[in-house]
Design a protein around this ligand. Structure first.
Ligand SMILES: [Fe+2]
Length: 423
């Protein structure tokens, strides 16, 4: 059992983008986030975005010269974490003339810890590489301690934040929003309510998941989980008549069912996804190619009202991956709806109309909620590359990721194809 000092929770996600203002505008205008702070200096511009308990930092590196001086400045900055003193961009070759971002990415999954010094001691014993040592950052609201370490997965780092002596909402070092951001905030009209980050999904090479799981278990004390009901060893099993069909269906399906978690109030869940074999097409493979390797593939954002949230997001021109209409004719889907009966609160016609995926659990967890299902929908990639995207999810008692839907989607795609051939 891990001691309290070694527990952690998600603090924020940092995305490094080439056009920060554009990304911030999208998050505010489309997704209903508020800009709560900004940092603007000669090497970078950063925005702190918030929706209830969900925090993002958007980082844009200015087109500064690729010099030792700028390298040192970037390395010394507590909040710009994609760059180290030794290796430039974590995921770039360093052959460019400037530090400009070439691939937009979610590069930092920052974690809140109770005792940073003790936490780092443990990580160092595990051989974790520290890329930014402890720094103290303070303002009138108190102080935080922050350090940054590398993940075992390339292109991902973890800032570790100790903030038990800090009372402010905004991290010290960030200023109030600029007039541009204030005007953006004032234009939020939507009733979107993203409450928190439900899970963070990493992508890695085929066959690497077990070692990634073991690394996080050993170094961060996280507990592996597998909710897959079809396979005793916890690997993802997709039942389809052939590989092509299986992979086609998997394109609609972005979650794996193995990962790591800290249960409790501030539950932190990482999910690991990897490509299936060497043949066929899948988003995971495309991600690896266009992202130049592993990284954060998607983030599950929870809402307490997925119907209104999806309606508003679509109104705001957010592009979603729509399931084939045959998904809603699948026996699996119909059985789930029948089983849920009156405990299904949402109108099924609206669920179908919006393209929301629905799943429930065969073996409900021990909780008191009468409903045990989840609803989810995936956006199309939000950067220029076919890489990172968002998942909108609402849980009504269910703790899994809807693995039963994979088979239903396989059959739905098969049925759709046969209908098109017959037509
Ligand atoms: Fe997911």
């Amino acid at each position: 059992m891990e001691s309290a000092a070694h527990r952690c929770a998600l603090h924020h996600l940092e995305m490094r983008v080439s056009d920060g203002e554009k990304m911030v505008t999208e998050f505010v205008m489309k997704y209903g986030f508020r800009v709560i702070g900004e940092r603007d200096n000669d090497i970078s511009h950063q925005w702190s975005l918030k929706s209830r308990e969900c925090n993002f930092i958007v980082t844009e590196i200015k087109p500064i010269e690729f010099s030792d001086s700028n390298r040192r400045k970037l390395a010394a900055d507590p909040y710009v974490t994609g760059v180290t003193a030794n290796d430039g961009w974590v995921d770039d070759s360093g052959s460019a003339d400037t530090f400009q971002t070439r691939i937009s990415t979610v590069s930092n999954v920052a974690l809140e810890v109770n005792n940073l010094e003790k936490y780092l001691e443990k990580l160092e014993k595990c051989g974790v590489i520290m890329i930014k040592p402890i720094q103290k950052v303070s303002n009138q609201n108190g102080e935080i301690l922050i350090a940054t370490v590398k993940s075992c997965l390339e292109n991902i780092v973890h800032s570790l934040v100790q903030r038990n002596n800090f009372k402010g909402q905004l991290l010290p070092g960030f200023n109030d929003p600029s007039p541009f951001s204030i005007s953006l905030n004032s234009s939020i009209k939507s009733n979107i309510d993203i409450t928190h980050v439900d899970h963070v999904t990493f992508v890695c090479e085929t066959g690497r998941s077990p070692s990634v799981l073991a690394w996080y278990e050993k170094c961060f004390g996280m507990m592996p989980f597998s909710l897959n009901r079809d396979d005793p060893d916890g690997s993802l099993v997709v039942k389809g008549p052939n590989v092509g069909l299986r992979l086609s269906a998997f394109d609609y399906w972005k979650c794996s069912e193995t990962g790591l978690t800290f249960p409790g109030k501030n539950k932190l869940t990482f999910v690991i996804a990897e490509p299936f074999g060497n043949s066929g097409h899948s988003h995971v493979k495309t991600f690896m190619k266009q992202h130049n390797g592993p990284g954060v593939q998607h983030v599950g954002l929870h809402t307490d009202d997925i119907i209104n949230t999806i309606k508003t997001l679509k109104h705001n021109n957010v592009q979603f991956v729509e399931p084939p209409y045959t998904y809603y004719e699948e026996a699996y889907f119909l059985k789930k709806v029948e089983e849920l009966g009156d405990s299904l609160i949402e109108d099924i016609k609206t669920i179908k109309c919006l393209g929301i995926l629905l799943d429930s659990e065969d073996q409900p967890p021990n909780n008191d909620l009468p409903e045990k299902y989840l609803m989810q929908m995936f956006t199309k990639p939000i950067f220029n590359q076919d890489t990172f995207f968002l998942e909108i999810i609402q849980r009504r008692g269910a703790v899994g990721f809807g693995s039963g839907n994979i088979t239903a989607l396989c059959r739905a795609v098969e049925k759709l194809k046969s209908t098109q051939v017959a037509g």
